[in-house]
Write a protein of this length. Structure first.
Length: 397
């Protein structure tokens, strides 16, 4: 379900944008519009949706319009044309009073500049947005402390920003946004001022937080690796216009044009493909308490496989059996599959990147099991399947 609906969103900078707007509607290029009108097109008829709980990364080179676009979503920059709907409400038509209420209720923002007050403590910085809203002191301090704990800053409440590293300061900015408990987080180049190692830590932190709080996030970045890591989908912009919207794999394997193809040319596909995208459904499984050794062996023979994964009655993966093990134990009269089953098996989640699967499978004598968040068998990966997927999409093994 779409949380944010953006339709033909356009921003033109200049004192009299109507003439330039007509040229935008006619499809004239950005440079020609500026040459003829001396008006700059910041966003050119952008159209896409953001689903509830989704992380959408808007990216492009400097001057592509990505930061202008994100500020148009809550009208920090006033759009020239088009609509932005939040839960069905057209933000572009709201009065100043209603817009202020929507911002306080719905949006949290995290910028590249940490924008912390140096004379305030970490806790006082984190509670600032709630203070502006008029929240009672005790309530806002409790919420701010909870937000700081959520981003790993419990115990730092009394410190001043100057005592913190850059990554910790950015965590304070994130906590300040989370303390408001917004439906939507707008993050504009939030990690780009950080050192590479700290930046990766903050990306990991954001993914961890998202697993916990499930916010709708619009994240602005110029870094493709960052977009591929954190984005459920990517919106790629050029000269103010959206040139492609898709999952990271869509962008890499099916670029919309030569510009996108050049943009992603140096990306290793193995870092983007996941276990979930290359696995296949298991052809057969055994179920404890239902299948015995003979039944398991028959399933293997029918499907021409030598290994069978074993599930419990709740479909949770508990182990595997091999044809050799079954044959050996059946000769001794064993009829309990649990007594034959191996439990020390290697598993990966559906989100595991393909680059991590290759070394895992190097010495594995059986298919690699892929499990979901409940520990249930989602599928299996065999080496040939993985190598074929990488080769098809231009990756390296």
């Amino acid at each position: 379900m779409a949380k944010i609906e953006i339709r033909d969103l356009t921003k033109i900078f200049g004192p009299a944008p109507e003439k330039a707007l007509n040229m935008v509607r006619e499809g004239k290029p950005k440079d020609e519009i500026y040459k003829r009108t001396r008006h700059a097109v910041g966003v050119n008829r952008a159209t896409f949706d953001v689903d509830e709980g989704e992380v959408v990364v808007v990216m492009g080179l400097s001057g592509s319009g990505k930061s202008t676009l994100v500020r148009c979503l809550n009208r920090l920059i006033e759009p020239t044309d088009g609509t932005v709907r939040i839960d069905g409400t057209d933000v572009t038509t709201l009065s100043v009073k209603d817009l202020r209420a929507l911002r306080q209720r719905t949006f949290g923002m995290v910028f590249q500049n940490f924008a912390l007050f140096p004379h305030r403590t970490v806790l006082e910085n984190a509670e600032y947005g709630l203070e502006v809203m008029g929240s009672p002191k005790a309530a806002r301090r409790e919420k701010a402390a909870q937000a700081l704990a959520r981003v790993g800053l419990a115990g730092w409440e009394a410190a001043r920003p100057g005592q913190l590293s850059g990554g910790m300061q950015q965590r304070v900015g994130l906590a300040r946004a989370l303390a408001l408990d917004p439906d939507i987080l707008l993050m504009d180049e939030a990690f780009s001022a950080l050192d590479p190692l700290i930046r990766r830590d903050m990306q990991d932190e954001l993914l961890r937080l998202q697993d916990d709080v499930r916010k709708t996030i619009v994240f602005i970045s110029h870094d493709l690796d960052e977009a591929l890591k954190i984005g459920d989908r990517i919106v790629l912009m050029r000269d103010g216009a959206v040139v492609q919207v898709g999952t990271p794999e869509d962008i890499l394997t099916s670029p919309a044009d030569d510009y996108v193809a050049r943009f992603v040319a140096d990306v290793d596909i193995a870092r983007v493909l996941t276990a979930g995208t290359v696995m296949k459904r298991s052809e057969a499984v055994a179920v404890l308490g239902v299948d015995g050794p003979r039944t398991a062996l028959r399933k293997m023979r029918n499907h021409a496989i030598a290994t069978l994964f074993v599930l419990d009655r709740n479909h949770k993966l508990v182990g595997l059996v091999t044809a050799d093990d079954i044959a050996e134990h059946m000769a001794g009269g064993e009829r309990d599959l649990a007594a034959i089953m191996r439990t020390d098996i290697t598993t990966v989640s559906t989100e595991a990147p393909a680059s991590e699967l290759i070394p895992l499978m190097a010495g594995l004598p059986h298919p690699l099991a892929v499990t979901d968040e409940r520990g249930r068998l989602a599928g299996v990966i065999v080496r040939g399947l993985l190598l074929g997927a990488l080769a098809e999409r231009g990756g390296n093994a």
